[in-house]
Design a protein around this ligand. Structure first.
Ligand code: PNS
Length: 161
């Protein structure tokens, strides 16, 4: 059984993430989507909210399970017996941080491989932070995130302003 983990902050999930999830789910028997802590980032949504948004977005993809985990990514991989970490690569500047994380994870746990999937062209400019910024100016983000996520972002900005 081939098990992989697609980790991230997912604050919130975007259509770019969903594209990677669909493609990765087609490559393995079981895909865990792990909502993890990125200490460099301050999040808009709680881990529970982020898990909920992803669960709603992946309804119907049967071999996917969404979880949140407060710890090292490789520890989570060991816990669920995953041998691969899947990440999406949008632009060349992503490579630097992704290669660094892959090397660190390899150093801590040499048996786990990182697999980088190149983002589909249409999604290569999308990021959770760009979407939050656009939404804060009232721009249309409907083509970049699922509808329930768009509604949640708009609601959040209204509450905060
Ligand atoms: O979506 P992001 O913010 O680029 O995802 C980064 C994330 C959450 C995958 C990364 O910060 C992470 O793996 N955090 C868990 C803690 C950990 O394992 N750190 C060491 C490897 S960088």
């Amino acid at each position: 059984m081939h098990i992989a983990v697609y980790p991230g902050s997912f604050d919130p999930i975007t259509n770019g993430h969903l594209d990677i999830i669909r493609r990765a789910a087609g490559l393995v028997d079981k895909l865990y989507i792990a909502v993890l802590v990125n200490k460099q980032k301050k999040c808009m949504f709680t881990p529970q909210e982020r898990v909920g948004f992803i669960e709603q977005a992946v309804e119907g993809i049967i071999n996917v399970e969404v979880v949140s985990y407060d710890g090292l990514l490789v520890e989570f991989c060991k816990k669920v017996n995953a041998k691969a970490i899947i990440k999406g690569l949008r632009v060349i500047t992503d490579y630097e941080s992704e290669a660094q994380m892959a090397l660190i994870n390899k150093k801590i746990e040499p048996d786990i491989e990182t697999v980088l999937l190149v983002a589909t062209e249409n999604y290569s400019f999308i990021s959770s932070s760009i979407i939050k910024e656009l939404a804060s100016y009232g721009s249309d983000i409907s083509e970049m995130v699922p509808t329930h996520v768009q509604e949640a972002i708009v609601k959040k900005w209204r509450e905060e302003s």
